[in-house]
Design a protein around this ligand. Structure first.
Ligand code: PLP
Ligand code: COI
Length: 342
């Protein structure tokens, strides 16, 4: 474990850095134990564990920030707790009490407080709650024993480009999720399949794939780990919840801020990728806990590229970024009741 005093918090990317403590709770014989804080470290797992063989696992992504006044903040943690349980249900795993979830988050953050990047670094302590079936299985069936772990890592921007804008490639070769599948849950299975498409896109100079719907290969779904938005005909448009996109907590916040703070008309609808190549689409960006609000500088498909705003972040994208991060850093009044102090 690296001493927090030796971390350069001002040049962090999105790499794993071990912190002091993790929270662990086990489910056995039909119930959860109390859960406890432990030193971050390895644990034993059966080679026949359900998560290793059949991918019965889910996770969440959250951040603790250090505000200017020294307070430690969380952004809408109940929403992560609720989504955690929605994912658990879909993967036939036991739910975790919402109050205990938030308590567990606060305990881990407190224990790793000195790993929270300073206010002016722009970094955060990333929080990773996870739940998996660790009981041994042979046939495809849910485990009988489960483990919940909450660990943390100090992070900087998810995309190395930061707030500069990323280049995306629209794919008709790969899709991320299909109707009736698990696209709207944060199951680990949704992510392994995006690694090869991302690697190939990166080899062609793109930051990520912009995924289309699996049926028509026409409507935008999302970026590998962030939700998609476009300013089209002056309105803020985002793909509607079809069950195949991850229903982002930042996505909901962006819709509220755009409508209530900026007075924009917002639309949740099917968005054809072709609309991005028309003049009526003036700005595009993506949102997520890790990605925050990341401007999209260009989208490419079939040898055609649409560059937005000379690759500079658009006006509305910038305003939304400033308001969202201002609220998260307690610099702008939180009229929505989103922020929770640790
Ligand atoms: N889409 C995917 C696939 C994600 O993994 C995430 C990250 O959690 C998001 C979108 C954004 O969701 P949120 O804003 O809740 O972090
Ligand atoms: C997040 O934004 O927290 C995510 O979970 C994305 C991720 C896969 C790094």
């Amino acid at each position: 474990m690296i001493n927090p005093k030796d971390i350069d918090f001002y040049s962090l990317g999105f790499e794993f850095i071990e912190t002091r403590s993790m929270f662990v709770s086990n489910f056995k014989n039909g119930s959860w134990d109390e859960g406890k804080l432990m030193p971050f470290g390895k644990f034993e797992i059966s080679p026949a564990a359900c998560v290793l063989n059949y991918g019965q696992g889910i996770f969440e992504g959250m951040k603790a920030l250090r505000a200017k006044n020294g307070e430690i903040t969380l952004f809408r943690p109940e929403e992560n707790g609720k989504r955690f349980n929605k994912s658990a249900k879909r993967m036939l795993m036991p739910e975790y009490d919402l109050d205990k979830f938030i308590k567990g988050i606060k305990i881990v953050v407190k224990a790793n407080e000195d790993y929270i990047p300073p206010h002016d670094s722009g970094g955060a302590l990333y929080i990773r709650p996870m739940l998996f079936g660790n009981g041994p299985m042979l046939g495809v069936a849910p485990a009988k024993e489960f483990k919940l772990i909450i660990f943390t890592a100090p992070v900087g921007p998810y995309f190395p480009e930061g707030f500069k804008g990323i280049d995306l490639e629209i794919s008709k070769t790969y899709t991320r999720a299909a109707p009736g599948g698990t696209g709207s849950t944060k199951t680990i299975c949704n992510y392994a399949g995006t690694m090869l498409p991302a690697k190939e896109a990166k080899s062609r100079g793109f930051a990520q794939i912009l995924y289309l719907d699996a049926i028509n290969l026409e409507f935008i779904e999302e970026v590998g780990a962030a939700n998609f938005f476009g300013i089209i005909n002056g309105k803020l448009a985002t793909p509607r919840k079809t069950g195949t996109i991850l229903e982002g907590i930042t996505r909901e916040a962006v819709l509220e801020l755009a409508s209530k703070n900026l007075g924009l008309e917002v639309e949740e609808r099917d968005i054809s990728y072709r609309e991005l190549f028309e003049e009526s689409c003036s700005e595009v960006f993506c949102s997520g806990t890790a990605a925050v609000i990341t401007p999209i500088a260009s989208v490419s498909f079939d040898g055609k590229q649409r560059i937005f705003n000379n690759k500079k972040p658009g006006t509305i994208t910038t305003k939304l970024y400033e308001i969202l991060t201002g609220i998260q850093r307690l610099e702008i009044e939180d009229k929505f009741g989103w922020m929770v102090l640790v």
